[in-house]
Design a protein around this ligand. Structure first.
Ligand code: ADP
Ligand code: MG
Length: 607
């Protein structure tokens, strides 16, 4: 406990130790310290830890140590939820295994040439890393044989289940030899995962890294109450004030990603966006520019951002507050990685957001501090001070000699030093007024709802004044509440990034379904799937209901996960919505007698 464990204490081969040193890893992270010894002993294990805790090396190191390069056939199989993760994990395996003679690995995933993968498999590899869909593909084709497998690793198991890979996973696990070592890594341990481990693991060792050290200790979290339309300006001031260089900005929806990128670019910021509509090539371009720092602001949806692994992200912005708690953790976990410090900034534009923030604080057991958007004057003072500090540093560092002749030349003009310095400052800082202009009022007041647990005080719940311009809805919902979610009017299935879009564009090619559309991961919750319950709500087009209103209300009021809400069909005076059967009761209880858009609603089961 008191002595700090080093990798050198973990009985690793000289080759592996050397490659870890090359990678800059000297001390194992907590999950690594605990997992590596168990895995080296060949035990089954469940490792629970959040993003950014070093899970990859926690399994890659022992997996590589246990590989016998003399043996034929694939020995280790790693399943990952997305192609990005598969690629990343494969890269880590390559780095850690680089001094191990004869060690070979291949990543298999959808959307890249299967022939190349087949070729690599034929040549013989000891480790196969891939998405469940593509792994199944290779098994079906006979290009991947499982009979020599000794170790199976599920990375981000919860995510794979969320994506509907459960059938593939079960099938793959059932077809590997009984005596294999089975390892699960997951940020959360929901029941389906526990069921899986019970079926496929033997006396697994459970290793947990306590939630609070994982997520947020080295991330300073702030929230800002700002008007919906003031968020870009607020962002740009926060960036200035904190001197942020590399940032990840999350939006709930593709359309917003595109719009925001455009706005940021107009302001001269190096921003790019990624979401599921981009081709893989474009996406890779953007990502590599971000990694190199050529792009300083990456705007993304949750799904598109999965697997982005960039170490030196200074801050994460929640341009939209995420719809579920877990996403918040995943999002802000992109900063403050590998022992660095990070910051997160979450914009709250109304009461609903404030309530979400409170839920998130509870869930993460952490405090999010209220931040104030710096005023124009503050920004200006800050920039001036910085400039003075820079000059002072430069002078102290004595790094100006090459410019002495130039300085002499300028002084020789006879202009007073004061005027010269003022002009140089202007050259450097630009017009000082530029940032101070339009110091309009940014803020909205959402605090009342953060402190109040009174349901009646919520925006939709405020029946007395809710109808039109009711006190609260007027204040917080300057825009129709559905606005933020909706991207095509009247499209019944249209929700936000994760779900509906795929039905329109014929498959989000980059995420799970790209792998094997025919296996149909069920995250979309097929309209008539047996797991879903149809619910009728007594408002519809006549009340100008939009899909976003329904998702917002159901998720907000009943606490069910917005992404689990299925198809929404809006008729003149009725709206039909599918929710998971297991949640139907909860939804009815929470919504009956409640209001949506100021209308009293009645919900009933429908079929
Ligand atoms: P997770 O899978 O838990 O999200 P990763 O395995 O992707 O985490 O690791 C997060 C980051 O931490 C990566 O950039 C990785 O290179 C770095 N990292 C992992 N282990 C160590 C270590 N022992 N020392 C220093 N950096 C590490
Ligand atoms: Mg990982």
């Amino acid at each position: 406990m008191n002595e700090k464990i080093m990798f050198a204490d973990l009985n690793l081969s000289a080759e592996t130790l050397q490659s870890l040193i090359d990678m800059g890893f000297t001390t194992p992270s907590p999950i690594q310290e605990q997992a590596i010894p168990f895995l080296l002993e060949g035990k089954d294990m469940i490792g629970q830890a959040q993003t950014g805790t070093g899970k990859t090396a926690a399994f890659a190191v022992p997996a590589i140590e246990l590989i016998d390069v003399e043996k034929r056939g694939v020995q280790t199989l790693v399943m990952c939820p997305t192609r990005e993760l598969a690629i990343q994990v494969a890269e880590e395996f390559k780095k850690i295994g680089k001094y191990k003679k004869g060690f070979r690995t291949v990543a298999v995933y959808g959307g890249s040439s299967i022939d190349k993968q087949i070729q690599a498999l034929r040549q013989g590899v000891q480790v196969v890393i891939g998405t469940p869909g593509r792994i199944m593909d290779h098994i079906d084709r006979g290009t991947l044989k499982l009979d020599s497998i000794e170790m199976v690793i599920l990375d981000e198991a919860d995510e794979m289940l969320n994506m509907g890979f459960i059938d593939d996973i079960e099938s793959i696990l059932s077809n590997t030899p009984e005596g294999r070592q089975t390892v699960f890594f997951s940020a959360t341990m929901p029941k389906p995962i526990m069921d899986l481990t019970r079926r496929f693991q033997k006396n697994p060792e459970i290793i947990k890294v306590a939630a609070k050290e994982l997520t947020v200790t080295n991330i300073e979290q702030f929230y800002f109450e700002v008007r919906h339309t003031a968020r870009v300006e607020a962002m740009s001031r926060i960036i200035d004030m904190h001197g942020l260089k590399l940032m990840l900005v999350f939006c709930n929806q593709k359309r917003v990603v595109d719009e925001l990128v455009e706005e940021l670019q107009v302001r001269g910021m190096m921003a790019e966006g990624i979401h599921g509509d981009l081709r893989q090539q474009q996406r890779n371009n953007v990502l590599s520019k971000f990694k190199q720092g050529v792009v300083s602001i990456l705007v993304a949806t949750d799904v598109a951002a999965r697997g982005i692994d960039v170490d030196n992200v200074d801050a994460v912005f929640n341009y939209d507050i995420p719809l579920d708690d877990e996403s918040y953790v995943h999002r802000i976990g992109r900063t403050g990685r590998a022992g660095r410090k990070g910051k997160s900034f979450t914009f709250l534009t109304g009461r609903k957001d404030a309530l979400r923030m409170r839920d998130i604080e509870r869930y993460t057991k952490s405090q999010v501090a209220k931040g104030e958007v710096p005023s124009g004057a503050e920004i200006e003072a800050f920039r001036k001070n910085q400039f003075v500090e820079k000059i002072t540093n430069l002078v102290n560092a004595d790094q100006f000699n090459e410019f002495i002749p130039l300085a002499e030349q300028i002084i020789a003009t006879g202009i007073s030093p004061l005027k010269i310095i003022a002009s140089l400052s202007k050259l450097h800082l630009g017009t000082l007024a530029s940032k101070t202009g339009g110091d309009e009022n940014f803020s909205v007041e959402t605090r009342g709802s953060r402190d109040s647990s009174d349901r009646g005080g919520r925006d939709r719940g405020d029946r007395s004044g809710a109808d039109r311009g009711g006190r609260s809805s007027d204040r917080f919902e300057r825009r129709p509440s559905g606005d933020r979610f909706e991207s095509n009017r009247g499209g019944g299935s249209d929700r936000f990034d994760r779900g509906g879009d795929r039905s329109r564009s014929g498959g989000n090619r980059f995420e799970r379904s790209g792998d094997r559309p025919e296996r149909g991961p069920s995250r979309d919750y097929e309209t008539n799937s047996a797991d879903m319950q149809r619910i009728a709500i007594n408002i519809g087009r006549n009340q100008r209901v939009r899909p976003g209103d329904i998702v917002g209300a159901l998720a907000g009021e009943s606490g069910i996960n917005g992404k689990n809400i299925g198809n929404i069909e809006i008729k003149d005076s009725t709206t039909f919505v599918f929710v998971p059967k297991t949640d139907a009761r909860k939804v009815l209880d929470a919504m009956n007698g409640n209001t949506i858009k100021g209308f009293n609603v009645m919900l009933e089961l429908a079929d």
